[in-house]
Design a protein around this ligand. Structure first.
Ligand SMILES: NC(=O)c1ccc[n+]([C@@H]2O[C@H](COP(=O)([O-])OP(=O)(O)OC[C@H]3O[C@@H](n4cnc5c(N)ncnc54)[C@H](O)[C@@H]3O)[C@@H](O)[C@H]2O)c1
Length: 250
């Protein structure tokens, strides 16, 4: 028997979050399309609904606890208790360490790490009540390999790895798994901003040429891994970090 689950995907208005929302909807889940960008959240939810899926757009800044609680309540009212959480929303910035001001540092940690804390804490009670849950967090290869001008970003994504493992130990007995993905360079608006902004030391073609799979990754390839972690089949996999990076050395 397949149970229809309710899933929440943060940052689902574009990039990998959009790909995850669409993939989970195709797999038969009811999906909350959460984004700080309301227009994009509505666009993605409307497309999923038009294609026969079930989606609800939620305009939420994940750094704001009250907005997060409101969004989760709205999703629960529409689609029932939440069973799957994809903590994908994140921001990136390229600044030399010495020049990272306290506001930039704090915003990075607020969105990428504390935002994940807010959403996870808001959703966990539903999973505990059902005795079933799947949490998938977004880290980054930058947390594994490091990256110049990315100390704040890498620190936030390293925190995600530590958070994933620790929470997995706490909630495993409640039927909840917690895993993380560490994408390499994936073709999304975020990556395009970095490439077009000249943030990498060499051109894209030269950079990917050294990868065992010598190309940029696709958002759908990350979504496929997320969908597996979210599935019934992945019930014995927890506290893991999966690199989706074309074999890039980390
Ligand atoms: N693209 C890459 O190469 C890459 C590599 C490694 C990790 N990542 C991580 O993967 C995740 C998705 O990245 P992407 O490339 O799809 O990014 P993206 O910028 O294309 O999309 C991110 C989405 O998150 C939303 N968002 C940002 N701040 C938010 C907030 N405070 N509240 C709610 N929504 C918010 C944005 O509006 C956007 O729709 C991020 O956590 C990112 O750090 C990306």
């Amino acid at each position: 028997m397949t149970t229809t689950r309710t899933a929440l995907v943060t940052g689902a208005g574009g990039g990998m979050g959009e790909a995850c929302a669409r993939r989970l909807a195709r797999n038969g889940m009811r999906v909350g399309v959460l984004d700080i960008d309301g227009q994009n959240a509505e666009r993605v939810a409307a497309q999923i609904n038009a294609e026969g899926g079930q989606a609800l757009s939620l305009v939420v800044d994940i750094t704001d606890r009250a907005q997060v609680e409101q969004g989760v309540t709205a999703l629960r009212s529409a689609f029932g208790p939440l069973g799957v959480l994809v903590n994908n929303a994140g921001v990136e910035d390229f600044t030399l360490f010495a020049e990272i001001g306290p506001e930039v540092w704090s915003r990075m940690l607020d969105v990428n790490l504390t935002g994940t804390y807010h959403v996870t804490q808001a959703v966990l009670p539903d999973m505990e009540a059902q005795g079933w849950g799947r949490i998938i967090n977004f880290s980054s290869f930058a947390a594994q390999s490091g990256g110049p001008k990315m100390v704040h970003y890498a620190a936030s994504k390293g925190g995600i790895i530590a958070m994933t493992r620790s929470l997995a130990l706490e909630v495993g007995r409640k039927g909840i798994t917690v895993n993380a993905v560490a994408p390499g360079l994936i073709d999304t608006p975020m990556a395009r901003r970095a490439i077009d902004g000249g943030q990498f030391p060499v051109p894209l073609e030269q950079m990917v040429a050294s990868y065992p799979i010598p190309r940029i990754g696709r958002a759908e390839e990350v979504a496929a891994a997320v969908a597996f972690f979210a599935s019934e089949d992945a019930g014995y996999i927890t506290a893991q970090l999966l690199g989706i990076n074309g074999g890039t050395a980390v």
